[in-house]
Write a protein that binds this ligand. Structure first.
Ligand code: ZN
Length: 289
């Protein structure tokens, strides 16, 4: 199978990363039974999780993104770890599709424009990094481009596209172009020109790998070097251990109250729908040491 993620650099001044998302989008649609507009919104956000997750340095690093624009879809939550695993969920997966006058899905109406993006990165430091920015359009790509500039002081361009056929993703992916400090102005000018040509992203990714998409636009630059070609997967890393920690965080009184009421504690993972059951005895045991 071809790698669905690729990162390349131009003369150590520009970093280009791309993720091809068809299979991941289809997995999310199936898992969460997403309406068309929910599928588009969650897939766009998952694409960002794929790109940002791949920038984590260690396999134990972890990050989550919450995007809430106050629209009918509610919160979109995605997470990624340093192993290239991503997952996502959306509050209201069955929100009906809204089309604009041109017949296109209007993601901004469903996401809402009045809200924010919150990114939490746990990279093994004492405190996790937390970055927040206001949404600028509700279309997701522009909102994250703004996030990178404002919160991480990282000038960039981000373009995301998906196309759908009978409720399934036909093609899709995202490309992120980041300009490093001290970039040669001539190179920057050329890059900007290239960025203008990068549209119809869903078609760019049809039958193309992430690497092929990058090379299609940037092979003309001297010094383009591919630095990573690997995989992003939709995989939930929930575990009994993590759920036990969650129960412990409730405190003994509240946990035992739930057991008394319901005979057990049942937790369903929002990201993969897996159900975990803890009977009275196992809950009791969690609070023994
Ligand atoms: Zn899970």
């Amino acid at each position: 199978m071809n790698a669905n993620y690729c990162r390349a650099m131009i003369n150590n001044m520009v970093v280009i990363s791309a993720v091809e998302m068809k299979n991941i989008a289809n997995k999310a649609v199936k898992l969460h039974n997403l309406s068309p507009v929910a599928a588009e919104a969650l897939s766009r956000t998952l694409a960002v999780a794929g790109l940002m997750g791949k920038q984590l340095k260690n396999t134990t690093d972890y990050m989550s993104i919450t995007l809430n624009g106050g629209g009918p879809l509610g919160s979109i939550t995605v997470a990624a770890n340093g192993k290239g695993e991503i997952k996502g969920t959306i509050d209201n997966p069955s929100v009906e599709t809204e089309f604009n006058d041109e017949g296109n899905l209007t993601v901004a109406n469903a996401v809402g424009k009045d809200g924010k993006i919150t990114v939490v990165k746990d990279i093994g430091l004492k405190q996790p990094f937390v970055g927040t920015t206001q949404l600028v359009s509700g279309e997701i790509a522009q909102d994250f481009a703004n996030y990178f500039v404002v919160s991480e002081q990282q000038p960039c361009a981000l373009t995301i596209g998906f196309s759908w056929k009978k409720g399934k993703c036909a093609s899709g992916g995202a490309v992120l172009v980041q300009v490093l400090p001290g970039c040669d102005p001539k190179l920057l000018f050329d890059i900007e020109t290239t960025l203008y040509a990068m549209d119809q992203m869903s078609y760019q990714f049809a039958n193309s790998t992430a690497r092929q998409v990058i090379e299609r636009f940037f092979a003309c630059y001297d010094g383009l070097t591919v630095t990573d070609e690997s995989f992003v997967n939709y995989k939930c890393d929930c575990s009994t251990k993590r759920m036990q920690r969650l129960i412990r965080s409730l405190g003994k009184d509240e946990a035992m109250d739930i057991v008394a009421e319901q005979g057990k504690i049942q937790i369903q993972c929002h990201f993969c729908n897996k159900t975990y059951n803890f009977d009275a005895q196992s809950v009791q045991k969690l609070f023994e040491n």
